[in-house]
Ligand binder design. Sequence first.
Ligand SMILES: [Zn+2]
Length: 328
Amino acid sequence: MPEGHSVHRIANQFEQSFVGHRAAVSSPQGRFAAGAERLDGATMVTAKAVGKQMFLEFDNGLWLHVHLGLYGAWDFAGEIATGHSMAESRRRRAATRKSENAPENAPDDDGEHSMASIGAPRTSRVRMAEQEKAEDDIESFPPEPVGQVRVRLLTDTAVGDLRGPTKCEVLDAAGVDMAIAKLGPDPLVDSPKKGADRFVSVAGKKRTPIGLLLMDQSVVSGIGNIYRAELLFRARLDPHTPGNQVPEEVLRALYKDWTKLLKSGVELGQMMTMDGLTKAQHAKALRSRADRHWVYHREGLPCRVCGTNIVMEMAAGRKLYWCPTDQT
Ligand SMILES: [Zn+2]
């Protein structure tokens, strides 16, 4: 499932390539025909992500709310953003935020891509979901919708096709407020202090294990399976510790670390969760997923710190990886 950084990058794509443009909205597959009709012909004015959910505002007062879920994906084509220009867009929006890492060009061995090597404007094509993949350029614009496209947003210069979402609905402003109110803080939406306070006040009261709380989108937004395991290891925290037994300063540090990882993920388009790497190690980690995580997907392999075999267990229905020596 796409984690928060992917959804923020998709919102950035909309902000850069669609906002300010009038959109022809349709449902080639038909399942969203009524919703598409309400948005058709309106101009997109805002694109925002909160955690794993995205909200696109139109100038007729309506919003498109999308949650990709496990299988959802956006296919973009036309004059769309590349990795570098997306990073620039983000920098413009948050001029005070410092860019920690320069995007690299090459896709890695799993095809996870920083979008930096996408072709010339007008004919580019990219799929954005859990991973990003540049695809063959289109021959003419707009390309025909292929397969089960729930909604197509078509402007004079760009097209976005959504397939397989868990949620795709039209909301008014009050509905958007209600949807966002159900979500925990997102470090790229809430101010650092307010976000941390909200996280600590909720997580610090619960008896639920911290390994489950981090995945609970009402407690904190955007963390998925990979970031969960990596955040817990980076904090050397036992995933089974009840939230109300995690010291407040540790909860605050967790939220701060999530902020750091999320910003890096939006910048790189990859979940780089190790630090202290040499330049060569960093470049290698960007090429190969096996080299960029402390514990994720490393069951049975020796811990990079202590050598103990990493273990895996099911938690919140997803595989949780952790080191039984370091995280006690
Ligand atoms: Zn260890």
